[in-house]
Write a protein that binds this ligand. Structure first.
Ligand code: COA
Length: 419
């Protein structure tokens, strides 16, 4: 077994080394505290592998992303979202028969429990759809109380299937229109769009180009290894909490603007620049000043130090789709100007800051008439199969322990109150 030597305060220790299938090296420090008395210090866990995983591979330096071994470029735009979701959760792409059955299962399980529909009525009309989505999924164990004994595949189909219905209902509620029910003859993405835009008085015939665009967006979001929300799902699930509440916690973690909330923040930023006379250079300069508190939203990534491969696919798709439907969006022009200028600027070059997936996704959602508040919800819907895959992997891994990091205490030494 390969080992690594550590010298601490004059004493030498040997630590086991593990290697992943793509040659990634990890130093196994599980016994470090026991043998040396020391902890590792890694705020934000940027250098910590919290598990072994066989779901997603990322090489941030080279801009590589693979799901279950398949490069993102071989899946995105080539498969419907439901089949890639199946790949993530069950490890293999479905056969045509499995794909048909899975799609049907997802639709049959996409009706919201009738008593849960009543909960909708008590949310204020302007409630943020992320708050609604996380609350509704957290409420599911109350309405499906058999969660400890029920077949996990039923629970999975229910969460994946209902997430899009909850999302579309939250929009319908915000505009005061009646809910539209899903249909088995529509794909996952087409069902979502129809539930958003059809009304009992008028059918919405989902444009093929939008259905494909939404499939692409959801696939590009489906997993991204141990990011903030996925680690949250694993952490909550490691206490043996059920799948529903673990997913709900992931949705909450995703909401923040440094994570899934960035797509909403990008669009707000582009609108602000537009309103400010398209003066994008001013905002590039502002982003470079630390004390300004302003960052170029949709730029930078913890792992990618190269062009995010998802952003590359999305940028191409936006160009093709806009040409096909003949849209001219001034926000797209501002985004391209920002990107071009930033990529030539020393600040962004030195820090290896490139556009990430959120930079162009909002512009595409906007073209599909999806309101800004729904952007992060769509990120969640795309990410749910990834979270489920990680939750299952964590639960089936014999090395899993309850997640419980340590700390280096820097507070006051023992003292007593004056009485
Ligand atoms: N605009 C301007 N400067 C940025 C920046 C941005 N979008 N992203 C990072 N930086 C700078 C930081 O100020 C920091 O500078 P320093 O080394 O002088 O202190 C350096 O680049 C490293 O950034 P840091 O915040 O330490 O990296 P991180 O890995 O902790 O954070 C993100 C990664 C994604 C949170 C960060 O890049 C960011 O806030 N991006 C904007 C939000 C976003 O698009 N999020 C979606 C992610 S998919």
């Amino acid at each position: 077994m390969e080992t690594c030597k550590l010298t601490l305060r004059g004493q030498e220790y040997e630590l086991p080394v593990i290697e992943g299938t793509e040659g990634e090296i990890g130093i196994d420090i599980r016994k470090l505290k026991e043998t040396t008395g020391a902890l590792t210090y890694d705020p934000g866990y940027g250098n910590t592998a919290s598990c072994r995983s066989s779901i997603t591979y990322i090489d941030g330096e080279k801009g590589i992303l693979r799901y279950r071994g398949y490069p993102i470029e071989s899946l995105a735009g080539k498969f419907p979202f439901s089949q890639v979701a199946y790949l993530l959760i069950y490890g293999e792409l479905p056969t045509p028969e499995q794909a048909r059955e899975w799609r049907r299962e997802l639709t049959l399980n996409s009706f919201i429990h009738q008593s849960m529909v009543n909960i909708f009525d008590n949310f204020p009309p302007n409630a943020h759809p992320m708050s609604i989505l996380s609350s509704m999924i957290a409420a599911m164990p109350s309405f499906y109380p058999n969660y400890e004994k029920e077949d996990i595949n039923t629970i999975i189909a229910r969460i994946v299937g209902q997430a899009k219905t909850i999302a579309a209902y939250s929009y319908k509620k915000s505009i005061g229109e009646p809910y539209i029910y899903p249909r088995t003859d529509h794909s996952y993405s087409a069902n979502f769009l129809r539930m958003m835009f059809a009304s009992p008085a008028e059918e919405y015939f989902v444009p093929k180009v939008f259905e494909k665009a939404l499939d692409l967006l959801l696939i590009l979001h489906v997993d991204h290894e141990q990011n903030c929300s996925t680690s949250t799902v694993r952490m909550v699930g490691s206490s043996m909490a059920n799948l529903y509440v673990s997913i709900s916690a992931g949705i909450s973690a995703l909401w923040g603007r440094l994570h899934g909330g960035a797509n909403e923040a990008v669009l707000n930023m582009l609108q602000m620049i537009y309103a400010d006379g398209r003066n994008y250079k001013k905002y590039i300069e502002l982003a470079k000043k630390k004390d300004s508190g302003f960052r170029l939203m949709g730029f930078g990534h913890r792992v990618y130090k190269n062009y995010d491969p998802r952003a590359k696919l999305l940028k191409e798709a936006v160009d093709n789709i806009f040409n096909e439907i003949g849209i001219n969006d001034p926000l797209l022009e501002i985004a391209k100007d920002l990107e071009e200028t930033a990529l030539r600027d020393d600040y962004f070059i030195e820090k290896k800051l490139y556009p990430n997936i959120d930079f162009y996704s909002g512009i595409l959602y906007r073209a599909m008439n999806i309101p800004t508040q729904m952007f992060t919800v769509l990120f969640s819907i795309g990410r749910i199969p990834g979270w489920i895959a990680h939750w299952l992997e964590m639960r089936n891994d014999p090395e899993t322990r309850i997640h419980r990091p340590r700390q280096i205490y820097v507070g006051p030494k023992e003292r007593l109150p004056h009485i």
